[in-house]
Design a protein around this ligand. Structure first.
Ligand SMILES: Nc1ncnc2c1ncn2[C@@H]1O[C@H](COP(=O)(O)OP(=O)(O)OP(=O)(O)O)[C@@H](O)[C@H]1O
Ligand SMILES: [Mg+2]
Length: 481
């Protein structure tokens, strides 16, 4: 196996042959060129790792190669060979990106050492590239952020499944990006020129869902004054997302199953079956297998839908994606608000990383949108984050083990260098807790770990009013509601 590809460039034939002999005997693959122009042609054909070039040559000189080859991706390293007198321009070349230079007459040992060092650098560059590729993710889907291997698996599946017509079931907790993935499947499919149609089976009352999905004929029921197309028809030759499919009642499950099996639908009050060509993507945050087991979901429909399933992991199980997502959302929120781009402080990022995100990516997005609006500085700081995010470390911390409880293990609330006013902090947290609990004292007290009375006392002390919630919030009232 060759140790690497080297191109030797020199206008003197004898010099080229000496170098070829030495380098070949060391296990390198060597090509030679007599001019810089020839070198450029050759490097267009072959990806050389390294170019060893004479500095002074008739026509374009070695320096011109430095400019061209080192900017390629991956770059080709260039070592210049120069007579003793022109070391100045060789040093200049190194500043412009050449790897190193050798003075003529060449010493065999020095030559080989320099070449070896160059290959070490090449290995490093390759390793970094690989690392970066892994970090950035091999698979990309426009508008969807994620490098974690589980999201990468989702992207890979998405690319595989998009070109086909197969039904896809997307499973994931609320806010994990199910709809985003469904839209991406459509966008990558041959149906992309038709409008994507989405319907949430949870949002439509049971009595209306059939006519919503399948349409109705004039006079099908009171109020059906004219014929209306349903969503299956609207999605003809396109993609239909049946969101929250787990909420469909058993009667409708049978009708949807029939539409999937026969590729035919019948409008409410209609007499004929209509052919439809719809690609179905279904989404759910329920464990459908469990629903099947408990008799709430038809197993035949489940198997129909579950041809390909995509499982979206909750954000807390792919927290390494949080920084990337956070920066994406902050950049987007800044752009929308017409503000200059903002950074996220290390403290704020630490809190984002440690929070468990029950509302997943959507919650992260909302939290950061709010932070961008609240923040008056150039960066999102921990004080711009909502109380639940700031407090979660405290709530989830493990008791500090061992004696001493060094600062590494213990919970540390970030104390700003200028110090704080403890009363103000207290007031701030109380305000936030009240905001979070919609002004209901009992709830806010729970959040703060205080008794109802203690919080009531402090509300009076800080003169905090319960805005727009007069008459609610008494513990008795709440228990009754
Ligand atoms: N990987 C991601 N990259 C960028 N944005 C994302 C990503 N995942 C989710 N989002 C954003 O988070 C929000 C929620 O996503 P989406 O509506 O697709 O989630 P969902 O799983 O359908 O949620 P629900 O179950 O509540 O309907 C959207 O604003 C979406 O753009
Ligand atoms: Mg959704």
């Amino acid at each position: 196996m060759s140790k690497g590809q080297i191109l030797v460039v020199d206008d003197e034939g004898a010099q080229r042959e000496i170098l070829r002999t030495i380098l070949t005997s060391e296990g390198y693959r060597v090509e030679t060129a007599g001019t810089a122009a020839d070198a450029v042609t050759r490097s267009g054909r072959t990806q050389f790792d390294l170019v060893l070039t004479d500095l002074r040559m008739p026509g374009a000189d070695g320096l011109s190669l430095v400019g061209q080859l080192t900017r390629e991706d991956p770059p080709t390293l260039v070592i210049l060979m120069t007579a003793y007198g022109s070391m100045d321009s060789a040093e200049q070349a190194v500043k412009q990106g050449a790897f190193d230079y050798l003075t003529k007459p060449l010493e065999r040992e020095e030559l080989l050492l320099t070449v070896e060092r160059a290959f070490e650098r090449i290995r490093l560059i390759q390793e970094n590239r690989l690392l970066r590729q892994q970090l950035e993710g091999r698979f990309r889907v426009e508008g969807i952020v994620g490098s974690h291997y589980r999201i990468q698996e989702v992207f890979e599946k998405l690319h595989k499944v998009s070109s086909s017509n197969s039904t896809v079931l997307i499973i994931g907790e609320s806010g994990t990006g199910k709809e985003l993935i469904a839209r991406a499947i459509h966008r990558h499919s041959p149906r992309r020129d038709r409008p994507f149609v989405a319907v949430s089976c949870a949002a439509i009352p049971e009595t209306l869902i059939e006519s919503e999905l399948f349409g109705y004929e004039k006079g099908a029921f009171t109020g059906a004054i004219s014929r209306r197309q349903g969503l299956f028809e609207a999605a003809d030759k396109s993609t239909l997302l049946l969101d929250e499919i787990g909420e469909l009642n058993v009667n409708m499950q049978a009708k949807v199953l029939r539409a999937l099996q026969e590729r035919e639908i019948r409008r409410v009050g209609g007499r004929e079956d209509l052919k439809v060509d719809v690609r179905i993507v279904a989404a759910t945050n329920k464990d459908l297998a469990l629903e099947v087991g408990e008799g709430r979901f038809r197993d035949d429909l489940y198997y129909r839908l579950n041809v390909v399933s995509i499982n979206l992991p909750p954000l807390r199980e792919r927290s390494t994606d949080i920084p990337q997502l956070a920066e994406y959302f902050v950049a987007r929120a800044c752009a929308e608000a017409g503000r200059p781009p903002m950074a996220i402080t290390t403290e704020a990022m630490r809190l984002l990383l440690n929070y468990h995100w029950p509302g997943n990516v959507r919650q992260l997005d909302t939290v950061l949108q709010r932070a961008v609006l609240l923040s008056d500085g150039r960066a999102i700081d921990y004080m711009d984050l909502p109380i639940e995010v700031r407090f979660s470390e405290l709530a989830h911390r493990e008791p500090v083990a061992g004696a001493g409880g060094g600062p590494e293990g213990a919970y540390r609330y970030p104390l700003p260098p200028q110090g704080i006013n403890l009363e103000e902090v207290e007031k701030e947290f109380i305000l936030q807790a009240m905001e979070m609990s919609g002004g209901i004292i009992a709830k806010a007290a729970k959040l703060l770990g205080l008794s109802y009375r203690t919080l009531q006392y402090r509300l009076e002390k800080f003169q905090i009013r319960r805005e727009g919630s007069e008459g609610t919030g008494e513990p008795e009232g709440e228990e009754a509601g």
